[in-house]
Design a protein around this ligand. Sequence first.
Ligand code: FPP
Ligand code: MG
Length: 323
Amino acid sequence: MGTKWHLVEKELVLVEQQLQQIINKGGPEVQEVGSYVLDGKGKRIRPALFLTAVYRSGKDLQGFVDVATAFELIHTASLLHDDVIDQASFRRSRDTVNVQWNNKIAVLTGDYFLSQALKILVKYGLWDLLAITVAVVENMAEGELQQAFARVTLSDLEKLYLQWIGKKSAAFFSGCCQAGSILRRDSHEMQNLWFEFGFNIGMAFQLIDDMLDYSKAGEDTGKPLYSDLKNRVITLPLIRSISDPRDKELISKYMQTDKINEEDLEKVATLVRNGEGLSYTGQKAAEYIERALAVLDKMIGFDREKEEMLRRWTEEMLEISKR
Ligand code: FPP
Ligand code: MG
């Protein structure tokens, strides 16, 4: 984890232990797949954001570790399902569960992870957090569905894309931040600022993810190149590469064929790589990061150390957006 999240580092170690314990308590099937999933180390951004929002200097955060664990479980569940949907073969530098086992095992393990997350929130009777979580999952499913149904021939694609990623990614970041702020008993105004911070960071995060999918710089993400294109996922780099009717026709044809024609794939990928779509997506991400930084500025009376930590992390994202 490094010292990136130094204020909540102890709790993040406890989250790791808690995840392991949940897996160990499951049957042998859960243990087998679950430990494989946990070994592929994720960045644990959602629990880190939640714990940071709930952090108060000098206060014991142990009681919040379970909730942070719940958020990581939901994230893991969504990735297990997402890799089935995207037919992805590689994540976190290892084969996905759908490849290592099969789709059935991946979907069911995802369901199990989701149930364990909800169980934690029910156990503590955290109804407001449960409401936030249900809304997050609802948004994720809806955003994914809308993106899956989309066609490149639709008008206002960029606006639609921002709505999809708002739902499928940013809503989760804002939910984690808002949840932490609620449990910290912040004012409503402060809770809203946390929500806004999370939303902007979440938007930037997905924009960068979609940009890296087309660029060599994305190699350290542990995911292969052009996976969105191979899975016919319409993202901003592609949307911004449609500059004339001929491009539109080529992209539209490629996106509608079931079997991948390597030559067409290469043509569309080259179009995206040579066009302005990638730099535009990076600029958009930077805009959202600037907004997130502006929200941090508005958090009057905000813990200085905490602000510094978040600012550094946010600025690091800004660097990646410029790659
Ligand atoms: C990654 O997107 C996926 C998401 C942000 C959301 C996935 C959500 C669902 C499948 C809904 C079901 C949710 C639960 C909790 C069971 P991506 O494909 O752009 O990112 P990637 O590059 O990491 O694959
Ligand atoms: Mg995916």
